[in-house]
Design a protein around this ligand. Sequence first.
Ligand SMILES: C[C@](O)(CO)[C@H](O)COP(=O)(O)OP(=O)(O)OC[C@H]1O[C@@H](n2ccc(N)nc2=O)[C@H](O)[C@@H]1O
Ligand SMILES: Nc1ncnc2c1ncn2[C@@H]1O[C@H](COP(=O)(O)OP(=O)(O)OP(=O)(O)O)[C@@H](O)[C@H]1O
Length: 304
Amino acid sequence: MTRAGAPPGAAALSEKAPAKVNLALHVLGRRADGYHSLSSLVAFAGAADLLAFAPDPELSLTVAGPTARAAGPAEDNLILRAARNLAACRPGVKLGSFSLTKRLPVAAGIGGGSSDAAAALRLLARANDIPPDHPALVEAARLTGADVPVCLRPQMRMMEGAGEVVGPPLGLPPLFAVLVNPRVPVETPSIFRELGLERGGEFTIQGEPARPVIPPGGSGTRADLVAALASLRNDLERPAIAVAPVIAEVLAALRGTADCALARMSGSGATCFGLYPDCHAAARAAHALRAKQPDWWISATLLR
Ligand SMILES: C[C@](O)(CO)[C@H](O)COP(=O)(O)OP(=O)(O)OC[C@H]1O[C@@H](n2ccc(N)nc2=O)[C@H](O)[C@@H]1O
Ligand SMILES: Nc1ncnc2c1ncn2[C@@H]1O[C@H](COP(=O)(O)OP(=O)(O)OP(=O)(O)O)[C@@H](O)[C@H]1O
């Protein structure tokens, strides 16, 4: 919790909106409403957008930062949608002016817009003394987007249903990672479409367990977690590579770095992550990748 540079006369609050990383993402089937049932282990990165808020009678948003233009017009921003959804779920909630510093790549499979929306809900909760687990907040998150509920309290946990079923924090060890995005936007609906599942159908990959099996937190080591992750998958990787073949290049580049224990795509892509034994190995890998691909977005970060 931080105080941001306040406009005159108003107390400003700020929240980080960390990138969401799907460490594993298994598609279990497609529901009658067209959404896909998922089982995903989700973690959050140090790489983040920054959102500031000051109470004001008018709801407003300004967007600045390196990826502001890619995020589209402010009036379509998920931050405003989340605020309006909360006002509908909890009449009387006091709104205000938001100021977003957009740094994360957009349409990148790391839930930037969802994490911004969740940060907006946390800020409104703080400004209105609403407890973080209040049903109105959870409902506003669900109405805003499939990834928003898990971003409300950003800690490593399971996400199920279409995203609305969020498990408890798992207490698993943090992971040293490098995130790589080739700066090719990938729209989520096109990747689910490319998967080609019928509505109301079960999805099973022969011989593969349907739900990710994660070692219990607390006692497990980082190496145990990485070994468990290696037996899991992201079912959206194949359709995403079909739509954006550069993703295969990103995965190969990560796998070619020294000490990379595992490389996988996050969400619907195109961002991929590599896991490393320590922060030095991750920093070395990021450095080597930047030398080869100066135009890619590359971030060495801790996932927790
Ligand atoms: C791929 C993930 O990022 C994994 O965390 C999420 O499932 C996507 O979350 P999101 O981008 O917040 O998704 P939304 O903005 O709610 O939905 C975008 C579109 O993705 C598809 N969609 C999304 C989530 C889901 N479980 N099944 C789907 O089929 C739907 O076509 C939907 O219209
Ligand atoms: N605050 C925001 N930041 C980024 N994009 C936003 C935001 N609000 C709305 N959008 C729109 O949402 C779309 C998806 O952007 P986002 O970066 O959230 O995708 P993503 O990382 O693929 O998300 P997910 O992993 O949840 O599928 C973009 O086309 C963008 O125009």
